[in-house]
Design a protein around this ligand. Structure first.
Ligand SMILES: [Zn+2]
Length: 211
């Protein structure tokens, strides 16, 4: 989040479009923060853009809008079935570009992203800048704040906009590993098995650190 990954995706689409390649941009329908018109007006380039309710609709969208390149934004919002679908498109000769968050608000691998990262021919890992006061280090984590306090480990995975109990909408901030906070489970039973997640060491490439 805040790393410019959607901008990077759109940059790649512009390059492909300028080069005369046909492009289809696919977004999850759940993501209502951006619209197709924004993607097109920023770039000035023309390419098809469609929103789908689930990964199962991607194949039909590609058939309906023939293209050489398939770009998928906010890929973490799709379920694990995206892996097989994206891999299948690549095997069928499409160039597939996928943008997504690799970890969720609790620092856990997000949806199909771990498998997609493993299967990708190339990976660009972008980082934002940690917004914790006085830090400024590369941010590899997404901090979710609920009423200005860190979200709990058992909070829902995806929250967009307001919530049913009419509290303040959750906020998201870019944070480095040292300043990423996850609150203990709100419901005792849910904490089993996930408490130790934050202590698992994860190698971050030198490219990501210096970006
Ligand atoms: Zn920091």
């Amino acid at each position: 989040m805040f790393s410019g990954k959607t901008e990077e995706l759109l940059r790649q689409l512009r390059r492909a479009s300028v080069g005369g390649r046909s492009v289809l941009l696919i977004r999850p329908l759940i993501d209502t923060r951006t619209s197709a018109e924004i993607a097109e007006s920023r770039s000035g380039a023309q390419y098809a853009c469609t929103s789908v309710a689930g990964a199962g609709e991607i194949a039909a969208a590609v058939v309906a809008s023939p293209c050489e390149m398939v770009a998928i934004d906010e890929a973490e919002m799709f379920g694990p079935e995206l892996t097989e679908i994206a891999n299948g498109l690549a095997n069928d000769g499409y160039e597939v570009i996928i943008s997504g968050l690799d970890t969720d608000f609790a620092g856990r691998p997000f949806g199909a992203m771990p498998e997609l990262l493993a299967l990708a021919d190339s990976v660009a890992k972008l980082t934002a800048i940690c917004t914790f006061p006085g830090c400024g280090e590369p941010a590899t984590r997404t901090q979710r704040l609920v009423n200005n306090l860190p979200a709990a480990i058992d909070d829902p995975l995806i929250v967009i906009g307001g919530t049913e109990d009419r509290r303040e909408p959750d906020r998201y901030e870019a944070r480095c590993r040292a300043h990423h906070r996850v609150a203990p489970a709100r419901h005792a039973a849910a904490s089993a098995g996930v408490v130790g997640l934050r202590s698992v060491p994860i190698e971050v490439g030198e490219e990501a650190r210096s970006a």
